[in-house]
Write a protein that binds this ligand. Structure first.
Ligand code: AMP
Ligand code: MG
Length: 267
């Protein structure tokens, strides 16, 4: 797992990460077996987190189009009690959101104590799409890396554990997935012609991602680069890391507030 987690003092090159990686597994079924075990464990840990009501977990998912954010949410986060999870997709900001600072819409949906929040895209769009499309001047977006680090530090100091996953696919894999969307009637709703414009900017996006990953990996809130060409390996890795993180958080079921030993429940 460790080879996919970045560290603050070791800047990475995205091109050194192989999106095809499926290290350590001979077969898909081995990974799926482990995934099922991890999901069962995550379910129990999430219940304890909810009951304990002290800490919370924030999971940030970023990827190029078709990178697998939706699939990861479905397969990994779908396994936990829906009452304990809030998934927020970040779309093009509304007029009201644009009238505020870029973190305004984000802070409102950070996880309450006991909760797991999943961001489908996130505040990182403000240093990705905004940078690639010049939606704000460089003086504005270039300050945001530090502002994001401060924001995330503020959250972690308040009991929020942060996991950030970049689902890393190759350009060739994206082509396959876009073709699949185009040619499958039930998937066409996911195909946006605009995605092709984004695809043409692939290299600029990779550069913007590399910067975001390097500048915003802190000890408290590291990025993971998840090889995501193989969906089963992606799901397996994300679930493993969530399980390990929840285990380290070690949530405890609270003791009853009063002595229950004499309680009798009448017929
Ligand atoms: P999807 O995730 O396919 O529903 O698309 C959401 C779209 O919203 C993507 O094209 C994002 O780049 C865009 N988006 C998300 N956040 C921002 C932002 N802060 N500024 C501009 N566009 C954004
Ligand atoms: Mg899309």
């Amino acid at each position: 797992m460790d080879q996919y987690g970045l560290s603050p003092d070791k800047p990475i090159k995205l091109s050194d990460f192989d999106p095809d990686d499926g290290e350590g597994f001979k077969s898909k079924s081995d990974a799926q077996r482990q995934l099922r075990k991890d999901l069962m464990r995550i379910r129990v840990l999430q219940e304890a987190l909810y009951a304990e009501h002290k800490q919370s977990l924030l999971i940030v998912l970023q990827a190029m189009d078709t990178g697998g954010k939706d699939g990861t949410i479905e397969h990994v986060c779908g396994a936990v009690n829906p009452q304990g999870v809030v998934v927020t997709p970040f779309k093009v900001p509304s007029a009201e959101e644009l009238a505020h600072d870029f973190l305004w819409r984000v802070h409102k949906v950070t996880p309450a104590r006991g909760m797991i929040a999943v961001f489908n895209r996130s505040h990182y769009e403000d240093v990705l799409v905004v940078r690639v499309h010049d939606l704000a001047p460089k003086e504005v977006w270039s300050q945001r890396y530090e502002l994001i680090n401060q924001f995330e530090k503020h959250l972690t100091a308040n009991g929020v554990v942060i996991l950030k996953f970049f689902l890393h696919i190759s350009k060739a894999e994206q082509k396959e997935r876009l073709l699949d969307r185009l040619n499958t009637p039930d998937k066409q709703w996911k195909f946006a012609v605009g995605d092709l414009k984004e695809r043409a900017l692939w290299d600029q996006y990779q550069e913007a991602y590399e910067d975001a990953l390097n500048k915003c990996t802190t000890a408290a809130a590291p990025w993971y680069v998840i090889p995501a060409n193989r969906k089963w390996y992606r799901n397996y890795l994300v679930a493993r890391i969530i399980r390990q993180t929840l285990e380290a958080m070690n949530p405890q079921f609270p003791q009853p507030a009063e002595d229950l030993s004499q309680v009798v429940i009448e017929d």
